[in-house]
Ligand binder design. Structure first.
Ligand code: QAP
Ligand code: CO
Length: 168
């Protein structure tokens, strides 16, 4: 069991574009396990490696209430299946305490590698599809606050910087 420190907005390291995983080896499997420990402890429903300062294309998710549906997406590629936009009040472990409405395509198809390095393709809708798009954004150095107005983003930034200074 290992908990990894989570980077918080506006940390510039969250803007790093993650590189593809070259081999799903013991190091990546350890990273996946540590990311699950970190996400479950938070608690959260999704975590991208970028958020723990590892800039490789690894995502973990679990939308169940009892840790019964762990999902791993390594080198994910998504295609939008239904362009219709849906809204959701998104949050992020890297933007603690803030939830804002974001619009995203409703249905996506993902091809990725699992924890064993085996490729799979799956259609995701509802919160699962939204969460995966949010996590893939992290791998591109993008955060949900980027979809908000500059004023809202600045307010969130100021409050978080103040909180980070208080803790330091
Ligand atoms: C991403 O986010 C997500 O502010 C996963 O104080 C969330 O697990 C995608 C969390 C919603 C789509 C919809 C946030 C925990 C967890 C906080 C999370 C907080 C404590 C966020
Ligand atoms: Co996030």
């Amino acid at each position: 069991m290992a908990l990894l420190p989570i980077l918080e907005f506006p940390d510039p390291r969250l803007r790093t574009r993650a590189a593809p995983v070259v081999a799903v080896d013991a190091r990546i499997q350890q990273l996946v396990d540590d990311m699950f420990d970190t996400m479950y402890a938070a608690p959260g429903i999704g975590l991208a490696a970028s958020q723990v300062d590892v800039h490789e294309r690894v995502i973990v998710m679990d939308l169940s209430e009892d840790h019964s549906d762990p999902r791993v997406f390594i080198n994910p590629e998504i295609t939008v299946i239904d362009e219709t936009l849906g809204t959701y009040d998104e949050g992020c472990l890297s933007v603690p305490g803030f939830y804002e409405t974001v619009e995203r395509p409703q249905v996506v198809e993902v091809t990725a590698l699992d924890r064993d390095g085996t490729a799979f393709t799956e259609r995701l809708d509802g919160l699962m599809g939204i969460c995966l798009q949010h996590e893939i954004d992290h791998l591109e150095g993008k955060l949900f606050v980027d979809y908000l107005s500059p004023l809202k983003r600045q307010r969130i930034r100021s409050k978080l910087v103040k909180e980070q200074k208080r803790r330091a």
